[in-house]
Write a protein that binds this ligand. Sequence first.
Ligand code: PMP
Length: 361
Amino acid sequence: IGKLSAMPKRMLRSTRALTDSEAALSGPFDLKARLLANENPFGPSPAAKKAIADALDKSYQYPFMMMSQLSGKIAAYEGVALKNIVMDSGSTPLLHAAALCYTKGGKSVITGDPSYDDLPTYAEEFDGKWVKVPLTADYKLDLDAMEAKVDANTGMVYICNPNNPTATVVDTAKLKAFCERVSKKTMVFVDEAYIDYLPDAQAATMIGQLKAGNNIIVARTFSKLYGFAGLRLGYAIAQPETITMLKKYSSAGFNISSTTLAAALAAYQEKDFLAETLKKTNESKEYLYSVLKQEGYDYIPSSANFVMFPIKMDGKKFSTEMFKRSVGIRDWKLNGKDWCRISIGRMDEMEAFAAAFKEIS
Ligand code: PMP
């Protein structure tokens, strides 16, 4: 089972049939505590699940209108036009399309280090270059240093806010000014996968910068606060000509199932349920903080549904020992040290983590 954490990301998200050895490894995915992929076990909402059940009866029909219905809801909430939105099966295909669009021909993408690595990994597959800029001393994206790296070969800057894996946010006013300046020189991609976990997502989003005419892409997903990771739904908001480009480079158009769309139509901005999810997430997070403090561990205060903390042993050994106790977490290297990134799950999962952690720490 130790090998699981070393499984390449591509294999983990592969849709092909598993080989025998992969199937043997897939057992640990039935973990007591599945805290390795920043999923949210408090979703989807009961209304979303009911909508899926109802939609099944009509699932022999093509979902002709549902995608535009959902885009319409999102557009109305965010105050943008339909031509500003592209939806896809998760935000991953949109990261993929953006990497292809803006780094083809050997252009570079500038990212934080560490930050979410999907987009730059795709860029490298397309022969783009990956320019990594270390985080600040308080583990935030170093916007000034990232801006200083922009040159004639830059195809895009990727801003993950809150940042995965550190769960830190950058100052909103600073990021707004950054978007305004840098988008005049290159495409700025703002990945807001975890923005819904902030106390005021509407104040922190860069969609306002887009509406002000700046050339940026804001990516969102239903995988996190909505708990839709397995249902696969994400979207990007950008200037119409950027949306046209992203559509050309992705399969976007007719690739989201009626069941997922029905669930999203029921769940989008379902305020009470989302507030309840945030409350439970914060309770589990506070419990985790108290366990870490009790055991004499530090952590980076988190603005998302996961927490990074430095560990006191080899990272691979730590994750392997955790897996043996049916607890899935991710080990990480940061500043040459070993860290654990743990997703925030249900209280029983956090308790399973705490029990295993006390045994091995
Ligand atoms: N962006 C970030 C920062 C993520 O952490 C993830 C998933 N872990 C994604 C995008 C992709 O998520 P999805 O394809 O499920 O929308």
